[in-house]
Design a protein around this ligand. Sequence first.
Ligand code: SAH
Length: 221
Amino acid sequence: MSAEARRGAGMTSARTRERLIGRLREQGIRDEETLAALSSIPRHLFVDEALATRAYEDTALPIGHGQTISQPYVVARMTAALRTSGPLDKVLEIGTGSGYQAAVLARLTGHLYTVERVGGLVRAARQRFQALRLANVSVRHGDGCEGWPEEAPYDAIMVTAAARVVPKALFGQLKEGGRLVVPVGVEGGQELLLYRRRGTAMAFERLETVNFVPLLPGGIV
Ligand code: SAH
C-alpha cells in the first residue's frame, strides 16, 4: 500500500471527515449545502504532510509564513453566513492562505476570486486548485485591501484575516444587497461581522468572537 493509500485508509479517510461534519452540526452549523461543501473538500491536502493526521480536528493549523488554515468551525460559520443570506454567483475572498476556504466556497459559487499577499502561499494554493480540478477559482498575488476591482461587483466578499478597520475599497466592490463577512479587531478581541450593502449604507450584525491572523496592509511579499 502506498503512503497516500495508507493515509487515505486512516486518519484522513472519508469517515474521519464525516465525524468532523457531525461535530460541526452539533456546534450549530445547520446549512446542509455548507456541510456538504466541507465534506467534499479533503482538508488534509491543504496542510503539510506532517500535519495531515490532524487535519480533521476542529483546530487552526500552521501553513508556513506565520499563517494558519482556519478552524473548520469558523470556515463553516462564515460560509453558511454568506450562503444563507443571498446569492453567491460571484464571490471574492481576501486571504487565500492554504486555499481551503476558497475551495469550500468554490463548491457553492459560480466563480470564486481570491487574493493573497504572500507569493509562496499563492503558488501552493494554485497547485491544490489544479489537483482538485477546481476550474472556477482565480487567484491573484496582491494586496487584498484593494479588493479585485477589475472583476467587481461581487455578490459577497469574505475576509479571512482580521482587519482593524474594514478596507473601504471592499464596500465599494459589493453589489446592491451584497454581503461582506469580516473579522474586525485586534488579537484577543475580534468580532466576526456580517455587513450588507443597502444603497450607500452598510448595515451590520455581529456573529461571534473569533481569532484570526491580522490583515496586513500593502507590502507584497
Ligand atoms: N483562508 C485561509 C486562511 C487565511 S489566514 C485558508 O483557508 O487557509 C489569512 C491569510 O491572509 C494569510 O495567508 C495572509 O498572508 C493573508 N493576508 C493578510 N493580509 C493580506 C492582505 N492585505 N491581502 C491579501 N492577503 C492577506
